[in-house]
Design a protein around this ligand. Structure first.
Ligand code: AMP
Length: 440
C-alpha cells in the first residue's frame, strides 16, 4: 500500500485519492528569470519519480505545473538588461523546458503559464473581495490574515524563518497585519499590466497557483508538491486563498515537500550565488539524476564533487552491467515486489536502487532484463538506452587513471594519459565537478 509523508498531518498516511484510480497533482514550477540550478532540478526530478510511480501503480494521473511568467524578478531582470519582460520569460521558459528534457522529466502533463490564467486570477480576487477576505490599499489588494484563523496549519507557524524562500509578502505601511500578502498589484509606470475593474494591474505571486488549479482541477485536489522552502508563506497563502473561497477543507489532501540541496552546507540558491546550473551538467544529466534519486526526496542532500564522482562510477557500472543482459521476457517477481515495497514506503528511492543492485548481483540471470526495464520506468535513468556515442571502455579507463594521477599530483602521468585519450579521438575536459569526455 502506497504511503506518503503528509506535511499537513506530519504523518505517513495511506494514499487514497479523492476519485478512485484518478490523481490530480500540482507542483510549484519555476519563476522564469534565470537558469535553473541543481536545487531546482532536485525538486523536479523528485516529483517526476513520484509521478512516474503513481502511473506505474496504474493511477490515471494529471500532473500540472505552473510557470511563473509574470513577477517582480522577471521585470527587474528585464530592466537590468534593457529588454522587454516578455523576452526574459520566453528565453527562460525555453531553457527550463530544455533542462527538464535533459533530466528525462517526462511526466508533466501540462505546464500552465500564469499569464494564460489572468481571467481566472481576477475572478478569484473578485470573489475574495465579495467575501471581504481582501482589502484595498494604495498599491493593491491584500489578503487579511486576521480573517483566517487556520493560517499556519501547514507549517505550524505564522512567522518567517531563515530557509524560507524569498517571502514575496509585499510590504506596505498601510497593511492591516504583518503577514498580509498581495493578491493583485496595481499597475506602475513602465510595468506590464492587465486592464480590470478591480484596478489595472498584475497578479500577486500566491494567487496564480490557486487560480490555475481551480481551473484545471476544481476547488480541491489530491497532491500539492514543492520544495520545503515554499511551505511558508507560499503554501500557507494558497490554503488561505482557496479555503476562504470555497469554504471546503482541506483544499489539498496530501502536501509533499522535498528537502534542500545544499552545497558547502548552504542551500543552493540564486540569491546566494552558490549554484551550479542544470545547463552546466547537460552532458552528465543521467548521472545527476542517479545522484539525486540515490537520496530520499525529503532528506537534505549535500552536494559535493566526490559524491558526483561516486554517482558517475555507479551509474556507469550500472549501464555496463545492463548492456550485457539478455532480453528474456520474464519478470523476477521477488525483486520487483521488494522494489514496490520500498517505493510504497513514501517513495524510498535509495532503497529501491539497492533492490536494483541486488537483482543485478544475483547469480540467477533469469528475468533480469525485463525487471530492470520495469524498475527504470520509475527511475527514468535510461538504463536500457543504447548510447549513440558511447565512450569506449579503454578511453574511460584512461580517464580514470588520469584522474588518479592528478589526485596524486603526478602531472606528468596525467598529461601522458590526456595525450593517449586524444590519440584515440577523444577530448577530456576538466570541470569543477570532475571531468567530461567527448568525441573530437
Ligand atoms: P524558484 O524558481 O526559486 O521559485 O524554485 C523552483 C522550485 O525549486 C521550488 O519548488 C523550490 O522550492 C525548489 N528549490 C529551489 N532551491 C532549491 C534547493 N536548493 N533544493 C531543493 N529545492 C529547491
Amino acid at each position: 500500500m502506497l504511503k506518503f509523508y503528509n506535511t499537513l498531518t506530519r504523518k505517513k498516511e495511506a494514499f487514497k485519492p479523492m476519485k478512485k484510480g484518478k490523481v490530480n497533482m500540482f507542483v510549484c514550477g519555476p519563476t522564469l528569470h534565470d537558469y535553473p540550478h541543481l536545487g531546482n532540478g532536485r525538486t523536479f526530478v523528485s516529483f517526476d519519480v513520484i509521478a512516474r510511480y503513481l502511473k506505474w501503480k496504474r493511477y490515471k494521473l494529471f500532473y500540472l505545473q505552473n510557470l511563473t511568467d509574470i513577477d517582480d524578478k522577471i521585470i527587474n531582470k528585464a530592466r537590468e538588461n534593457q529588454v522587454e519582460w516578455k523576452e526574459i520569460k520566453e528565453k527562460y521558459e525555453k531553457i527550463y523546458l530544455q533542462d527538464m528534457k535533459k533530466l528525462n522529466i517526462t511526466s508533466v502533463k501540462k505546464y500552465a503559464r500564469a499569464t494564460d490564467y489572468i481571467k481566472e486570477i481576477i475572478s478569484q480576487v473578485k470573489r475574495l473581495i465579495k467575501k471581504k477576505y481582501v482589502y484595498k490599499i494604495s498599491d493593491g489588494w491584500y489578503f487579511d490574515l486576521s480573517k483566517d484563523k487556520d493560517y499556519g496549519k501547514l507549517s505550524g507557524r505564522t512567522e518567517l524563518k531563515s530557509g524560507d524562500s524569498v517571502s514575496r509578502i509585499d510590504e506596505n505601511k498601510e497593511k492591516k497585519n504583518k503577514g498580509d500578502f498581495c493578491v493583485w498589484k496595481f499597475s506602475k509606470l513602465g510595468e506590464p499590466m492587465w486592464k480590470s475593474d478591480i484596478g489595472d494591474g498584475r497578479p500577486g505571486w500566491h494567487i496564480e497557483d490557486t487560480a490555475i488549479t481551480e481551473k484545471e482541477f476544481g476547488e480541491r485536489y489530491d497532491i500539492h508538491g514543492g520544495g520545503i522552502d515554499l511551505m511558508f508563506p507560499h503554501h500557507e497563502a494558497e490554503i488561505s486563498q482557496m479555503e476562504s473561497l470555497s469554504g471546503k477543507k482541506p483544499f489539498v489532501r496530501y502536501w509533499l515537500h522535498t528537502g534542500f540541496l545544499n552545497i558547502n552546507e548552504e542551500k543552493m540558491s540564486k540569491s546566494l550565488g552558490n549554484f551550479i546550473t542544470i545547463k552546466d551538467v547537460h552532458e552528465e544529466a543521467m548521472i545527476v539524476r542517479y545522484f539525486l534519486i540515490s537520496n530520499h526526496y525529503r532528506n537534505t542532500i549535500n552536494f559535493s564533487n566526490q559524491k558526483m564522482e561516486d554517482a558517475r562510477n555507479s551509474y556507469e557500472r550500472l549501464k555496463n552491467i545492463v548492456s550485457e543482459l539478455k532480453d528474456d521476457k520474464k519478470i523476477n517477481k521477488k525483486y520487483l515486489q521488494e522494489f514496490e515495497t520500498a517505493m510504497d514506503n513514501d517513495i524510498n528511492t535509495p532503497e529501491a536502487l539497492q533492490v536494483l543492485w541486488k537483482l543485478l548481483r544475483d547469480g540467477n540471470e533469469e528475468g533480469k532484463f525485463i525487471t530492470v526495464k520495469k524498475m527504470d520506468e520509475v527511475f527514468g535513468l535510461n538504463l536500457l538506452k543504447k548510447e549513440k556515442n558511447t565512450i569506449p571502455k579503454e578511453v574511460k579507463k584512461l580517464a580514470k587513471e588520469r584522474g588518479n594521477a592528478r589526485k596524486n599530483k603526478n602531472w606528468k602521468k596525467a598529461d601522458e594519459m590526456r595525450e593517449k585519450i586524444n590519440k584515440l579521438g577523444y577530448i577530456i575536459e576538466d570541470k569543477e565537478r570532475g571531468y567530461v569526455l567527448r568525441k573530437k
